[in-house]
Structures are given as C-alpha cells and as structure tokens.
Design a protein around this ligand. Structure first.
Ligand code: NAD
Ligand code: LMR
Length: 338
C-alpha cells in the first residue's frame, strides 16, 4: 500500500534523506474510515495541515487508491495506507490523534439512532484496537449516533483499563459550524465573526444552540429563535434529504472535523486558550456525557466550562435534550456491557 521508495537522487541526497530534511516535525494522525464520503476530504485536508507529520489512512475498502492519490500532494505529512482488520494495529501504533468517521450514513426517513445496529459494532472494534495500540491517543469520534458511540468507546476503554476521559471527544463541531452560518445569514454578518455555543449532544433535540450567548452579542425575536434552533437541529436532515439517498453531510463534515482536529493538535502542542464545543465525559449536568465548551491542552480536555446563564427557551430545550441523551447514553453503555 505504501508508495515504493523513490530511486531518484537529488543533488547527491537519497530521497529518504530529502524527506528527513524536509519532513515537518509534527503529530501522527490516523483516520479510520478514510476512504468514505467524509474520510476522503478529511484525509486531503489533514494532509494539508502543517501540524501533521504522519497520516495513516485506514479503511476496510479502497485505501490503496485514496492513499496513492493523496500521497502525491506536495505537503509535509507522510501518508501511509492500511486495508482491512489485519492492518488495523499497524495503522494505530504510535498515533497521537485518531479520527473515526467509519460507519454507515443515514438515508432519508432515518434517524441517527437507526445507524446504531451497524455502527456500534464498528466503533467498538476500532476502539479495542486503539486501547491495544495507542491507548494515549486523543480520539475524535464522528461515527453516528455520536450520543451512543462515545459512551461505547468509553466503555471499551474502561474494560481495557485505558480510559482517560480527557482524551475521548465526540465531534459536534458541525453543529457549531452550521449555527455560525445560519445565524450569520439572519444577521447579515460574516460567519467567521459569529460564535454560537452549541451544547447537549448530536441528534435532533439534543442539539441545543445557546443563542442567548452568541458573539457578537445580539438578541432575537421568539420567531427568529424558533426558526434558527429548528434549522440548526435539523441541519443534518436538510443535507440527507437534499442528497436523496446518496448519504449525509460529507464535505461540511470534513471541514468541521479538520477544524476540530486542528484545535486538538494545537492543544497537544501546548497552545493557550484553545476552546471548542465537544461531547465529552462531563459533570456539567447529571448525565455522564454532555457537549459543552471545553479547553483543549496537552492532555486533551483540560477544562470543561459550565453552561452559563440560560433563558427560559433554552432551559426548556435543555430538559428535552437531557431526556433523550440519557436514553442514548444508556444504550451505548449497555451495548458494551451486555
Ligand atoms: P460513508 O459510507 O461514505 O463512509 C464510511 C466509510 O467507513 C466507508 O469507506 C467504509 O468502508 C468505512 N467502514 C465501514 N466499516 C468500517 C470498519 N469496520 N473499519 C473501518 N472503516 C469502515 O459514510 P460517511 O458519509 O463518511 O459517514 C460516516 C459516518 O459519519 C456515518 O456514521 C455518519 O452518520 C457520520 N457523520 C457524523 C457527523 C457528525 O457531525 N458527527 C456528520 C456527518 C456524518
Ligand atoms: C450531520 O449532522 O450532518 C450528521 O450527523 C449526519 C446525519 O445523519 O445527519
């Protein structure tokens, strides 16, 4: 799978020496599900990230082609491909960050929970590999239903004795990306200037945008709040329906995943004040997992911020979110324990 060593000589240096000189110091990142709709653009964008020195692409299909293609990009990261379960351990060994977009996506009419039966087992197996081969890696889980797959990962790591709650993060970044975009549209602002905290989880009513806390500060009419909250909660379904059976969000998700992975890498590097929303092991509510703003550092999640003051609309939304989240979390935990 890996490109053969080049026989070209450049000014007396072997290709390997050239790579050693030009290769950027940085982090080792694996993408599991790298040949999929999210995996491919995610792999391309991670190959462009100057913080990445080694990029491992793992999937159960099509990694040779994706790896050959991406490896021709003249950026610093060295790309290696891994195909099938027998190569999973090699794909994971030595990794600093593992991103998991492996699994089936929704079709119109499905909920994210309808993906549980297939994706739960996929995430469980991949996390068993992580526990064995790179137990200290930061893990970003994208595979749906995130509200259950993150608890599944936690249980696998607990059973292996490797669980570190700071290193396991469910990726809810796409909800924030959508919220920023939709709010900016309504306000007539540049989305890059808007920051909407989105808390709770990643499915329907568990996606709770805190419009009362947006930056720049701004107030909305009840009708605007209702419209924006509903659009943010149903952003995934909007894409699923538009794709009409050909999958769910892939390009915006790859963008969001890279934004989030980049924040994790900046945290690992020791940069200050790296703050993003994520679905993590948490004591912000009575639930064992919850998405809220977290500060990322060398150990992963170094601080979890409280929700802050909520208005009446958000307090009602929070109660609905917690009810559904409790069921989804329990379903994930039960899957591993049974
Ligand atoms: P896809 O079907 O295009 O790609 C999934 C890839 O996973 C495929 O290449 C497939 O071969 C691979 N795969 C399947 N089983 C595997 C295994 N055991 N090990 C490794 N790889 C395996 O799907 P997609 O559009 O890329 O979506 C992937 C997942 O991401 C879905 O579950 C989807 O619901 C989820 N998703 C999450 C978010 C989010 O915000 N967290 C956003 C969009 C999609
Ligand atoms: C999304 O929010 O786009 C993803 O969770 C995919 C989906 O099924 O909606």
């Amino acid at each position: 799978l890996n490109p053969p060593p080049s026989s070209h000589q450049m000014e007396g240096l072997s290709a390997a020496n050239c790579r050693a000189k030009g290769g950027s110091p940085g982090f080792k990142v694996a993408i599991l599900g790298a040949a999929g709709g999210i995996g491919q653009p995610l792999a391309m964008l991670m190959k462009m990230n100057p913080l990445v020195s080694v990029l491992h692409l793992y999937d159960v299909a099509n990694t040779p082609g994706v790896t050959a293609d991406i490896s021709h990009m003249d950026t610093g990261a060295v790309v290696r491909g891994f195909l099938g379960p027998q190569q999973l351990e090699d794909a994971l060994t030595g990794m600093d960050l593992v991103i998991i977009p492996a699994g089936v996506p929704r079709k119109p009419g499905m909920t994210r929970d309808d993906l549980f039966n297939i994706n739960a087992g996929i995430v469980k197996t991949l996390c068993e590999g992580i526990a064995k081969c790179c137990p200290k890696a930061i893990v970003n889980i994208i595979s749906n239903p995130v509200n259950s797959t993150v608890p599944i990962a936690a249980e696998v790591f607990k059973m292996a004795g490797t669980f570190d709650p700071r290193r396991l993060l469910g990726v809810t970044m796409l909800d924030v990306v959508r919220a920023n975009t939709f709010v900016a549209e309504v306000l007539g602002l540049d989305p890059r200037e808007v920051d909407v905290p989105v808390v709770g989880g990643h499915a329907g009513v568990t996606i709770l945008p805190l419009l009362s806390q947006i930056k720049p500060p701004c107030s909305f009419t009840p009708a605007e709040t209702e419209h924006l909250t509903s659009r943010i909660q149903n952003g995934g379904t909007e894409v699923v329906e538009a794709k009409a059976g050909a999958g769910s969000a892939t390009l915006s998700m790859a963008y969001a995943a890279v934004k989030f992975a980049d924040a994790c890498l900046h945290g690992l590097r020791g940069d200050a004040a790296i703050i993003q929303c994520a679905f993590v092991s948490s004591q912000v509510t009575e639930l064992p997992f919850f998405a809220s703003k977290v500060r990322l550092g060398r150990s992963g999640v170094e601080e979890i911020f409280p929700l802050g003051p909520l208005n009446e609309y958000e307090r009602t939304g929070l109660e609905k979110a917690k009810k559904e989240l409790a069921t989804s979390i329990q379903k994930g935990v039960g899957f591993v324990k049974k």
